[in-house]
Design a protein around this ligand. Structure first.
Ligand code: UDP
Ligand code: MG
Length: 319
């Protein structure tokens, strides 16, 4: 068995995987960790897979799981967790923004501190635009207010945990996975370790603004049913206001003889109420769509090819 599994999701990382592998070796080969690396090739369209196969062929401690298409980082992390065998499991990116030496520090911390089951690397400062930082802050503020699950600003997917926690995460069968929520939902004692992300080794980030926005919506819908309650709240509010309004109209008519010319008011109210109804229907639809997809029970990913790791000897350097 391994002491440590490094789970590495890779999507179009042909220029990074070799450097990543070398970095892991330089950090861990001299340590007393008996480790494996589980690369998950998430439907890359470049040479990532053949590079990974070459690494696997020269080093039996390297496992490679290859998907039939791009299923997203969430799916890749899950597949890696399922295939990992180590007593500690670390999720780390392939682009060397998260350096293996930090992973080792995190593993050392878990070894030394029995009371913790998980170490999360979180970024105190981010090299992002001010507006992006502000938006992320707002997202965390709102979701923490309405959800029972706790979300920590700046906590990344770069984390390490014990086998028991990995098993709990794998046991969650949801199709729409928002791992930041899942990690927090399963509980376990978590230590937050500050780190600063490095520059990407090669290639470009796969996160566009659109993808991030979709991800944020996913987080909301997966971890709170609060938006559904908006309908109830608005319903009560409009009913209340309309009762007051009709009272005012009746009093005006009976006591002051004022006929309210109603045309613009009616159009305005119809548009307002119609708009609100459509909005609420849309929100209900978002939840319904997820129930629909989950009920189809489709697999979260499809493995096209799997090359397992074997514990044992370090690779033969002469190869
Ligand atoms: N990734 C993946 N599938 C995807 C998108 C990304 O497996 O659909 C991997 C990617 O190869 C990298 C990690 O997830 O190892 C983080 O991606 P990226 O560096 O683009 O994100 P960022 O660091 O900018 O948040
Ligand atoms: Mg990155």
């Amino acid at each position: 068995m391994f002491d440590l599994s490094l789970v590495v999701p890779c999507f179009n990382e042909e220029d990074n995987v070799d450097d990543f592998y070398e970095a892991v070796k330089s950090v861990f080969d001299d340590s007393d960790y008996n480790y494996e690396i589980v690369f998950v090739n998430d439907g890359s369209r470049d040479k990532t897979f053949s590079r990974l196969r070459m690494i696997h062929e020269k080093d039996p401690r390297v496992a490679v799981v290859s998907f039939s298409r791009n299923f997203g980082k969430e799916a890749a992390m899950l597949a890696g967790l399922k295939r990992s065998k180590g007593a500690l499991v670390c999720i780390i990116d392939a682009d060397l923004q998260q350096h293996p030496s930090v992973a080792k520090k995190m593993a050392d911390f878990l070894k030394a501190n029995d009371e913790y089951d998980c170490v999360v690397a979180y970024q105190q400062e981010r090299k992002e635009s001010k507006s992006m930082q502000r938006m992320k802050k707002l997202f965390y503020k709102i979701i923490n207010r309405v959800s029972d699950t706790e979300f920590v600003t700046g906590a990344s997917d770069f984390r390490i945990f014990r086998r028991c926690m990995a098993e709990s995460i794998v046991a969650m069968p949801e199709y729409h996975r928002f791992s930041k929520g899942i990690f927090s939902w399963v509980g376990y004692n978590t230590y937050f370790m500050p780190y600063s992300a490095l520059e990407r080794n090669a290639g470009e980030t796969k996160w566009s603004f659109k993808k991030l926005f979709k991800y944020a919506v996913e987080g909301f819908i997966s971890f709170t049913t609060f938006p559904l309650k908006i309908a109830t709240f608005l319903g009560i509010l409009t009913s209340f206001l309309s009762v007051i309004y009709f009272g005012v109209v009746v009093i005006q008519k009976l006591f002051f003889g004022i006929d309210v010319p109603g045309y613009p008011t009616i159009i305005g109210l119809i548009l307002l109420i119609g708009g609100l109804q459509l909005l609420i229907l849309g929100i209900i639809g978002e939840y319904l769509a997820r129930i629909y997809i989950q009920s189809k029970n489709r697999p979260i990913y499809i493995e096209k090819e799997v090359m397992s790791s074997e514990s044992g000897e370090k690779p033969n350097e002469s190869k």
